[in-house]
Design a protein around this ligand. Structure first.
Ligand code: DC
Length: 240
């Protein structure tokens, strides 16, 4: 059966990664969380004094950019690819509020994006990939067979993020988390370099009022229809 590329973009905490992981498992595809890559670079910057008092020292970052290596390794227990920064497993650390508060600034830097996009295209070049982020359908894989644009009500998203953080022992107020989400959405949609916008041919998925199972079923149906058409097309006898 043919393989396709599924590009998932959308606002912060819309459940992109939950959907992407479930699709990857069902289809036996690779899941690439591109937000995790920008978060890993942010950790490097926080640890190496490139971000100080929330200010990014761009000159220092440019000098160090070639020393930052971001990669993924498949974890057979969690059945998902986990992110590594210069060989160190940072999957847990990337989810902290400190990283969330600084990642938009790092991900808006052209040179950082260019470096990450090269890796993303390399990882997806054989198709059979579900990639989520902000510019996947518009920039990284503009020819992806399926593009989804995810959104949900701000309060619903805030509560989901709050639950995710508290399940990891990080406690914050609803207002703090909401402010962070709204700021990131604002930064991600208004930045100069490949901002978050809906690709013209993306399917909008608002999951405010639907649960994970309903959402998965809806998207699986889209994918099955696509695969069927693709395979029928490939098998059609040539008219010449
Ligand atoms: O999906 P996430 O919340 O883990 O992403 C973290 C940040 O990285 C988010 O604020 C926007 C940025 N990002 C991006 O600019 N482009 C991507 N392809 C993925 C994430």
């Amino acid at each position: 059966m043919s393989k396709i590329t599924v590009a998932i973009d959308g606002y912060s905490s819309c459940g992109k990664s939950t959907l992407a992981k479930a699709l990857a498992q069902k289809l036996n595809y690779n899941y690439i969380d591109t937000g995790a890559m920008y978060r890993a670079v942010t950790i490097y910057c926080l640890r190496n004094g490139i971000i100080q008092k929330s200010i990014v020292n761009q000159k220092k970052l440019m000098d160090c950019l070639s020393d930052i290596e971001v990669s993924f390794r498949y974890n057979t227990v969690t059945k998902t690819s986990e992110v590594f920064l210069n060989g160190e497993h940072v999957e847990k650390e990337i989810r902290t509020m400190e990283v969330a508060n600084h990642v938009s600034a790092i991900s808006s830097i052209k040179e950082v994006r260019e470096k990450m996009v090269i890796l993303q295209r390399e990882m997806g070049k054989h198709k059979g990939v579900i990639m989520d982020g902000r510019d996947i359908g518009t920039h990284v894989f503009p020819y992806a067979e399926l593009k989804l644009f995810m959104t949900a009500d701000n309060d619903v998203r805030t509560q989901r993020r709050l639950d995710e953080l508290s399940s990891k022992g990080e406690y914050h107020t609803f207002e703090d988390v909401k402010r962070n989400l709204e700021k990131r959405d604002h930064d991600d949609t208004t930045r100069k370099e490949n901002p978050l916008i809906k690709a013209e041919d993306a399917v909008v998925l608002d999951n405010t009022d639907i649960n994970k199972e309903e959402q998965l079923e809806f998207v699986m149906k889209l994918i099955e229809d696509l695969l069927l058409t693709k395979d029928e097309f490939n098998q059609a006898p040539s008219k010449h």
